[in-house]
Design a protein around this ligand. Structure first.
Ligand code: SF4
Length: 719
C-alpha cells in the first residue's frame, strides 16, 4: 500500500547542519546493555532500527573519559582507539540502511544520580562545579574544579568528539539533560555554587557549555552535525530540583537562545534527579506527556527540534509536527517495541505496528544493569546473539506438522503467531475462555494498566491474518482430549494462578490463611476477573513484589475500601523501583490513605485475625478480607497428563509435547512471551525444549575474530 498523504510529513527529509535525515523518525539515545564492549550486539541492535526505517539512530550515553566511567552500568565508552574501532562498527551498521548514526557524549556527574554509584572501574574522583563537601558516600568522591581543570574538561570533550568523528558518526550530541552531566551541572544553580566567572549569573553558568560547544565545533569541522540534548525542566521537589533547577518557563528558553548559534539541532527532554521522569510508564504518562514542558520552546530556536514522550501513534506524530511543537519524533520505547514502526507507516501497515505498552520492563533492565528486554518484542537484544529479526521468519524445516497450542495467554498467542509465520501446516490455538488473551484480560483492569491490552490486540490482529492458524475459543481441554486431537506437536501454554494457600517465598511454608481465616481469603483473579465480594477492611499481602499488590491496593482504595498493604520486602512493590514507578505509586497510595507496611510478615492468629510482625514489633489486627498476592502456581495439569501418557504418543502420531510461559515457571509477562517466541523460533531444532546456544560476545584467549564470524554464520541458517 502506498504512503498515505496523512503521514507524508513524517517522511520529509530534514536538514541537520551539514547532514540530511531521510525522515522524521529519530531513535533517541538509550541504554541497551551492550555498550562498546559488545560491539556486534550493539551494532546489530541499532542496525535493526535503521533497517526498520528510523532516519536517525543513536547509541546510548557514551562516557568520554575513564574518570567518568559509569561501570558497572554497561554503557558505551569512547576513551581510546579501541573504542573507536568498536563504535565504528556500530555507526557503519546504522548507515548501511540509509540512516544517520548519532552518538551522545556525556561527562557524567555522579551527584546527579543520587541513587547510583559510579566509577567503580576507574575508582577516580568526580569533579563538580560546586561545593565538594556536598558529597554523599555512595556517589563517588567529589572534587571542586579549579579554573585550570575546566580547560582540561573542555579538551576532553573535544578529544572525544574527534574520536566520534573518526568512528564515523554523523551526529554528535552533547548531553546537557537529566541533571546528570557536567554541562547540566554548570548550568543548574542547585549544583553550581561557584562564585567565579563560571558560577552565579546565567551568563556565567552557561559559559562552560558555550565554550565547550564552540571548541567541539571548531575541532570536528563542517561535516559532522553537533547538537544538544537539553533538559528543559528539572521538575518539582522532592524528586526534582524545584526553584533551584531549570524550568521550562524560566531559564530554559534563555538557554536555547543563548546556544542556538552553536548547535545544529535540539533534543529536548525533562527530568531532575531521576532521568526516568522522561520515560514514565503508561501508568502515569499518556502519549506526548511532555508537551506542557516543550511545546512552546520551538519558537526560541531556528534549529530542528526533537521531542520525546511515549509516541506510539503515527497520527499523534503527525499532529505534533503539524502543530509546530517539534520537527522530529524522538522515541526509544516505540523503537524497542517495534523497530520497524517507520517502515510500517510508510508501507501503510499501521495495523501491524507492535505498539509499546509502557510497562517499562526495558527501563528496568537498564536500571538493573542488564541487557535490554521488551514485553512486546521478544526479539529485542537477540539480534546478534540469536540472529533474530522481528519481521523475518524462516519457514520451519518441520512445517508439515499440525500443532495444537493450548492456552491463549501471552505465551500461547505469541507461540501460535510465530509458528504461523514460520509456515507450520495447521496451528490450532485453543482456549476454554471466550476471548483471547488469558490473564491480560483481567490484569489490564488494574489502575493505569489498560494499555497492556495492546499485548492482546497486536497478536489477535496478526493471528487473524494467518491462514494456517485457527483460533478456537470456549473449548475445554484435558490431557486425554489433547492426546486424541490429531496434532503432531502439542504445546501447553496454560499459564499460572494465584492460590489461597500460597507458599511464603521467605519462610517456604504456607501462609496458612485458608485454614484459619477461611472465607476471607481472596486471590487477584477473584477480584479482577470474577468480581468477588470484598469486605470493607482489606489486607493485601504482597508476596509477589511487583505491580499486582500495589495495583490491587490502589483499586480497592479507589472503591472505598480501607486498605492495608503489607510486604516482607524492604519496599512496596520492590520491582517498581526498576520500572521507575515506585515514587508515583507511593504518592498515589498515600493519597488514597492506603496503609503501607514494609518488612512485615503477615500470619494468621489463632483468634482469626492477622498477626503482623515487623522490626518495630507485633500486633494482631482484624480484617474483613485478605487478598493473597503470590507466588503463583503453574497450571501444568495438561502437560503433566500428556507426559504420563508418553507411551501412547506414537499411536496418536504425536512427536512432541512442550510447555511454555507461566506453565513452566510463573514470571514476568515479558518472559512468558519470550518463552513462546523462543520455542516457535526453534521448533525445528533437535530438542526445542532446550534453548539453542547463543553467541556470547566475549574475548577468548587465542581466538581469532574470524572464529566469532564463523559462529555468527552458523546462526544465519537458524530461523
Ligand atoms: Fe514498551 Fe514495555 Fe517494551 Fe519498554 S518493555 S518498549 S515499555 S513494551
Amino acid at each position: 500500500m502506498p504512503l498515505s498523504d496523512r503521514y507524508s510529513i513524517l517522511f520529509e527529509p530534514i536538514r541537520l547542519g551539514p547532514k540530511w535525515a531521510k525522515n522524521r523518525f529519530w531513535q533517541t539515545p538509550h541504554a541497551s546493555g551492550f555498550g562498546s564492549d559488545h560491539p556486534s550486539s550493539q551494532a546489530k541492535y541499532r542496525e535493526t532500527k535503521a533497517e526498520g526505517g528510523w532516519g536517525v539512530v543513536f547509541t546510548e550515553a557514551t562516557s568520554i573519559a575513564p574518570e567518568v566511567d559509569k561501570s558497572p552500568a554497561p554503557l558505551a565508552r569512547l576513551w581510546d582507539d579501541g573504542d573507536v574501532r568498536n563504535l565504528r562498527c556500530v555507526a557503519e551498521s546504522i548507515q548501511k540502511h540509509g540512516a544517520l548514526a548519532g552518538i551522545e557524549l556525556e561527562y557524567h556527574s555522579s551527584i546527579g544520580y543520587m541513587t547510583e554509584g559510579r566509577g567503580l572501574l576507574a575508582r577516580g574522583v568526580d569533579p563538580v562545579p560546586g561545593d565538594s563537601a556536598l558529597a554523599v558516600p555512595y556517589a563517588g568522591s567529589l572534587v571542586e574544579l579549579e579554573v585550570e581543570d575546566i580547560e582540561e574538561l573542555k579538551q576532553l570533550h573535544v578529544e572525544s568528539a574527534l574520536r566520534a568523528k573518526e568512528a564515523g558518526f554523523d551526529l554528535i550530541t552533547l548531553h546537557c539533560g537529566h541533571a546528570a552531566s557536567l554541562l547540566a551541572h554548570f548550568l543548574i544553580p542547585y549544583y553550581n555554587t561557584r562564585t567565579d566567572e563560571y558560577g552565579g549569573s546565567f551568563e556565567n553558568r552557561i559559559r562552560f557549555t558555550r565554550e565547550t560547544l564552540h571548541a567541539v565545533r571548531e575541532a570536528v569541522g563542517n561535516d559532522v552535525a553537533v547538537g544538544m540534548r537539553f533538559g528543559v525542566d528539572t521538575l518539582d521537589a522532592p524528586f526534582g530540583l524545584g526553584d533551584r533547577g531549570i524550568r521550562q518557563d524560566g531559564e530554559a528558553p534563555q538557554f536555547i537562545e543563548a546556544m542556538d548559534d552553536l548547535v545544529d539541532y535540539w533534543d529536548l527532554v525533562i527530568g531532575g534527579f531521576d532521568w526516568a521522569q522522561d520515560a514514565q510508564s503508561s501508568r502515569t504518562a499518556a502519549e506526548n506527556h511532555e508537551a506542557k514542558y516543550v511545546a512552546h520552546l520551538k519558537s526560541h530556536t531556528a534549529k530542528p527540534v526533537v521531542n520525546v514522550g511515549r509516541f506510539n501513534s503515527p497520527d499523534t506524530m503527525v499532529d505534533v509536527i503539524n502543530s509546530g511543537q517539534c520537527d522530529i519524533i524522538g522515541a526509544a520505547r516505540a523503537a524497542i517495541s517495534d523497530p520497524f514502526l517507520p517502515e510500517k507507516v510508510r508501507s501503510g501497515s499501521i495495523e501491524d505496528i507492535r505498539e509499546c505498552i509502557g510497562c517499562n520492563i526495558c527501563v528496568s533492565r537498564d536500571i538493573g544493569m542488564g541487557r535490554i528486554q521488551c514485553t512486546q518484542n521478544a526479539t529485542i537484544g537477540e539480534e546478534f546473539r540469536r540472529g533474530w529479526n522481528p519481521e523475518l521468519f524462516i519457514p520451519a524445516a518441520n512445517k508439515e506438522n499440525d500443532v495444537l497450542v493450548i492456552g491463549s495467554g501471552p505465551a500461547g498467542m505469541e507461540c501460535a503467531m510465530v509458528l504461523g509465520k514460520r509456515g507450520l501446516r495447521n496451528v490450532h490455538l485453543v482456549d476454554s475462555a471466550s476471548v483471547l488473551g488469558g490473564s491480560i484480560n483481567w490484569v489490564s483492569k488494574l489502575p493505569g494498566r489498560h494499555e497492556w491490552r495492546r499485548l492482546i490486540e497486536y497478536r489477535e490482529h496478526q493471528l487473524s491474518k494467518l491462514k494456517n492458524v485457527e483460533v478456537i475459543l470456549n473449548a475445554e481441554f484435558n490431557a486425554e482430549e489433547a492426546l486424541d486431537y490429531g496434532a503432531g506437536i502439542i504445546i501447553a501454554a496454560t499459564g499460572s494462578y494465584y492460590t489461597h494457600n500460597a507458599i511464603d517465598p521467605h519462610s517456604r511454608e504456607p501462609f496458612g490463611f485458608d485454614t484459619v481465616c477461611a472465607g476471607k481469603v481472596l486471590t487477584p483473579e477473584q477480584i479482577l476477573r470474577d468480581d468477588a465480594f470484598v469486605g470493607r477492611r482489606v489486607l493485601v499481602v504482597d508476596a509477589d513484589g511487583y505491580f499486582m499488590g500495589p495495583g490491587l491496593a490502589e483499586l480497592l482504595a479507589k472503591n472505598d475500601h480501607q486498605v492495608t498493604l503489607v510486604t516482607r520486602g524492604e519496599h512496596i512493590g520492590e520491582y517498581l523501583r526498576y520500572t521507575r514507578e515506585s515514587s508515583a505509586t507511593l504518592r498515589d497510595l498515600y493519597a488514597l490513605n492506603v496503609e503501607m507496611l514494609t518488612q512485615t510478615m503477615a500470619r494468621p492468629s489463632a483468634s482469626g485475625g492477622v498477626r503482623l510482625t515487623s522490626p518495630l514489633g507485633e500486633e494482631v489486627r482484624e480484617f474483613d478480607s485478605i487478598v493473597l498476592v503470590g507466588p503463583r502456581v503453574p497450571e501444568d495439569g495438561i502437560y503433566k497428563g500428556l507426559r504420563r501418557t508418553r507411551d501412547l504418543w506414537a499411536e496418536n502420531e504425536i512427536s512432541a509435547v512442550y510447555r511454555i510461559g507461566d506453565s513452566v515457571r510463573p514470571h514476568l509477562i515479558a518472559e512468558a512471551i519470550f518463552s513462546g517466541h523462543r520455542l516457535a523460533r526453534e521448533i525445528d531444532n533437535s530438542n526445542p525444549a532446550l534453548p539453542l546456544p547463543f553467541i556470547r560476545e566475549r574475548r577468548i584467549i587465542g581466538t581469532e575474530s574470524e572464529e566469532l564470524a564463523f559462529e555468527a554464520a552458523a546462526l544465519s541458517v537458524r530461523s
